[in-house]
Design a protein around this ligand. Structure first.
Ligand code: AAL
Length: 411
């Protein structure tokens, strides 16, 4: 009986005699743990962020070589593709808008004046020797004539290399963005060389969902990877119809780059995120989740490319990131991760000059790099960064109202 009691005591808590150990155990301690400690061991690949391969900070560097017309809003570059390395240099594709004015909203848009930052846009590309200085090479995908898919705008592209051919997937707008919503399907062009010429299919390759389905209006941010010998193309849709749209990501899988793509039965496979960035990691797929949903500002991982779990919480994540993924199209179940890429800063100027700029980001989400500067959890921000998130006039009014109530109560 006494032996049994002793055994029970030992199994109830491995550290009950001395309390939680001073040296953080590398493995989950046996015995009863608080929910937080339990989660720290069971939800994350390591109990310390420094050892968590999917935790990182992000560092940003201004790009050299791209001109923005004095940032007057007439030139915008945004939504970079993945970066690939071909012919001794890095390549990136992106949405470029070069219009007489900045966007004016759907009510005032015309055949030449854009409604949104990505309206009346084309897909351009640039190359670089070092990833910091970029040379704009020219247009890859111009807008086709009406009524072909993308006649109003082509935007938000991403690249796939498959059997020595190149495929650019992109959003094809048939109306100014914002007319009903940000509605479009996805189309594809292909080429024998990253320098083009590109042959448009003029076909919708990822169609909108049926009426009443979550992705009935928009297929955004097409993001192809090669995984398990197939093309895994992730995409976003915005839905729910409320002014605060819900954004989630789906997955469509194909054996052939021109389709047919079959939407996954478990769609949406990611409940959070916007312009989601994915890359092969170990035997699965990792995702950088920004902005939208309960799990924004996290990095997630799906061992099977479908069922994602939260692996790290971080901040200042790159918006619409297109990383350099050396093994994006290998699909051998041994993903090595990423260390840099391009992303964008939207709303770079006030509304009259509204446009976006491309930027470089660096990180350590790689199994082959160990950069301690990327693993710090306490990053210093100048107080001005906080004050820039100031209260608006409506909020100030609300506070004044509350003050009045409080003052009355005291009297
Ligand atoms: C971004 C992307 C898509 C949208 C628009 C341009 O947030 O999700 O590309 O259509 O904005």
């Amino acid at each position: 009986m006494r032996i049994l009691a002793l055994l029970l005591l030992i199994s109830a808590s491995a550290f009950s005699q001395q309390g939680f150990p001073f040296k953080l155990p590398k493995e989950k301690p046996t015995g009863q743990l608080s929910q937080s400690i339990e989660r720290n061991y069971s939800n994350y690949s390591a109990p310390r962020p420094e050892d968590n391969e999917l935790f990182t900070n992000f560092k940003y560097t201004k790009l050299k070589g791209l001109d923005y017309n004095n940032y007057d809003g007439t030139i915008s570059r945004r939504d970079p593709s993945k970066v690939i390395f071909e012919n001794g240099k890095y390549y990136v594709w992106y949405t470029k808008r070069h219009t007489p004015t900045a966007p004016v909203g759907p009510g005032k848009a015309t055949a030449t004046i854009p409604s949104a930052d990505w309206d009346l846009a084309e897909i351009w590309y640039a190359t670089s020797k070092d990833g910091f200085t970029w040379k704009e090479e020219g247009v890859a995908i111009p807008r086709p004539e009406k009524p072909k898919v993308g006649w109003r705008s082509v935007s938000t592209s991403d690249i796939l290399k498959w059997k020595d051919k190149y495929y650019l997937y992109y959003q094809g707008f048939m109306q100014p963005s914002g007319q009903r919503g940000d509605d479009c399907p996805v189309t594809v062009s292909y080429s024998n060389s990253p320098d083009g010429p590109w042959t448009p299919t003029h076909r919708i390759v990822i169609p909108n969902g049926n009426e009443g389905e979550w992705d009935q209006y928009s297929i955004h941010d097409p993001y192809p990877l090669v995984y398990k010998g197939k093309i895994y193309l992730y995409y976003k849709s915005d839905f729910d119809g409320s002014p605060n749209l819900v954004r989630m990501q789906g997955l469509a899988i194909a054996d052939n780059p021109l389709g047919p793509f079959k939407k996954h039965a478990l769609n949406p496979v990611l409940a959070s995120g916007h312009e989601t960035t994915l890359f092969p990691f170990k035997e699965g797929i990792a995702a950088i989740i920004t902005r939208d949903g309960n799990e924004h500002n996290t990095i997630q991982y799906a061992k099977d490319g479908v069922n994602f779990n939260l692996e790290a919480i971080t901040w200042m994540l790159p918006t619409a990131a297109g990383p350099f993924i050396p093994d994006a199209f290998v699909g051998d179940g041994n993903g090595r991760g990423i260390t840099w890429g391009l992303s964008h800063f939207a709303n770079y100027a006030p509304w009259e000059n509204n446009h976006s700029i491309l930027t470089r980001f660096d990180c350590d989400l790689s199994l082959d790099v160990d950069d301690p500067y990327m693993k710090k959890t306490g990053v210093y921000m100048h107080p001005e960064v906080y004050y820039n998130q100031g209260l608006n006039s409506e909020q100030l009014k609300r506070i004044e109202k509350q003050n009045k109530v409080t003052r009355k109560r005291k009297n």
